[in-house]
Design a protein around this ligand. Structure first.
Ligand code: SF4
Length: 405
């Protein structure tokens, strides 16, 4: 059973929905909704049977939330549009989803539910995965909407309006190709109108008098790939406390795995210059974030060979165990002392405090393993896959030389 529940009893509105409009709060979907509301019937939309759906990740930028509340909620209220605010209810799929609000007179945007993507990243000591399928987006947004929709449509056919713009028509093609539901029809009004990103920005500027800000999670790794790194850094400077937290998230991830930089080959930290006055508040906030309990972790990682293709790597398996807890200095000294006793060299980061000792380095061939002891802020919980120990024993006992694919 889907654990669909409202934060307040009876919060869900009755009625049958045949049109679902995805609202991510960003430029494209906001422009799409605002224009449709100029004349819903002309766009084939019956507002009585329509729900605008927003999936809260819990980590949206405050200025985007503020603009959306200030300019869009009055418009939705004026037209009596049903706005449904949803969030994932927990880490496991079994936890279901939360209905944060369901109203034709929405008063505010609810920034988060009980679970957020941040919680997941922080507890795992990771950052969003670069490249491939955006699993974070599917977990925090796509799958949440997909679980709610049948409860509103009663399983009947429905149309889903998506804010893909005319510059990204390939997304509409992918959406159509992935259409695995016989009851869903995707529609892409911005593409129908020929509106690219610039058209959407100009429309919102003329309509509301603001330059609408990009919508994304604070710690998203994609701004760089979308050519918006400088704007991302400006935003971090405008919200230094958020930036400090994101730097800490990245720092913990790179302590556990030096390859886990936020932008793949480069880190967020290296974008800030300690000598630049504009960057000081961000770096000071980062320093405050590191002033917390620290832990000594044992990290083991297996990089296996794909079963169907021995030249390719299968998804890594990882085990993280917290061995000791203390202050940054205490756990650092403990690791340095133990390493010296065993004649092992240590890596240190004098600027921020990490101490690391490699017990096994990964090789340039597959399969391979690595093992390290490292100190880091104590946010990461113990975790390993059920089959990890068996796989570890098998791999450590049998390392064969295959080229890394
Ligand atoms: S905004 Fe970025 S981090 Fe957030 S869900 Fe989307 S892809 Fe993931």
């Amino acid at each position: 059973m889907t654990a669909l529940h409202a934060t307040l009893p009876g919060l869900e509105l009755p009625g049958t929905v045949d049109t679902v409009v995805n609202w991510g709060l960003g430029v494209d979907s906001t422009a799409m909704i605002a224009r449709i509301l100029e004349d819903p019937a002309a766009h084939g939309v019956d507002l009585d049977r329509t729900a605008v759906v927003h999936m809260a990740t819990g980590n949206e930028w405050p200025d985007t939330l503020a603009d959306a509340e200030r300019h869009m909620l009055p418009l939705l209220r004026e037209h009596g549009v049903r706005l449904v605010q949803l969030a994932r209810a927990g880490q496991s799929d079994r936890a279901g989803i939360e209905v944060l609000d369901d109203s034709r007179s929405p008063q505010r945007l609810i920034a988060r539910g009980a679970w957020t993507l941040w919680d997941e990243m922080e507890a795992n000591g990771t950052v969003p995965q670069q490249g491939g399928v955006r699993r974070c987006s599917i977990r925090a947004k796509g799958s949440v909407g997909d679980r709610w929709i049948p409860t509103a449509t009663g399983g009947r056919p429905f149309v889903q309006l998506m804010g893909f713009n005319a510059d990204e028509a390939s997304r509409a093609v992918r959406d159509a190709a992935a259409g695995d539901s016989p009851v869903r029809t995707g529609r892409f009004p911005l593409i129908e109108w020929g509106w690219g990103r610039r058209d959407c920005e100009e429309y919102l500027h003329q309509r509301f008098g603001v330059r609408w800000r990009k919508s994304y999670c604070w710690f998203c790794c994609y701004p760089i790939s979308m050519g918006a790194m400088e704007a991302n850094l400006q935003r971090m400077r405008a919200f230094p406390d958020i930036a400090g937290r994101v730097l800490r998230l990245e720092y913990v991830a790179t302590c556990l795995n030096p390859n886990a930089k936020l932008f793949g080959v480069s880190s967020l930290l290296e974008r800030f210059d300690p000598a630049a006055p504009a960057d000081r508040p961000v770096l000071d906030a980062f320093a405050r974030e590191l002033d917390c309990p620290w832990a000594l972790y044992r990290v083991r990682r297996i990089l296996p060979v794909a079963k169907d293709n021995p030249a390719r790597r299968a998804p890594a398996l990882r085990s993280v165990q917290q061995l000791a807890l203390g202050t940054r200095a205490q756990v650092g000294r403990r690791l340095e002392t133990a390493s010296a006793r065993h004649g092992l060299s240590v890596q240190t980061d004098p600027a921020h405090g990490m101490v690391r000792t490699w017990l096994r380095h990964r090789r340039d061939v597959l399969p391979t393993v690595e093992e390290l002891l490292v100190t880091a802020p104590a946010y990461v919980r113990d975790k390993q896959q059920k089959r990890f120990e068996k796989e570890w024993a098998a791999h450590v006992g049998r390392l064969v030389a295959l080229p890394v694919g």
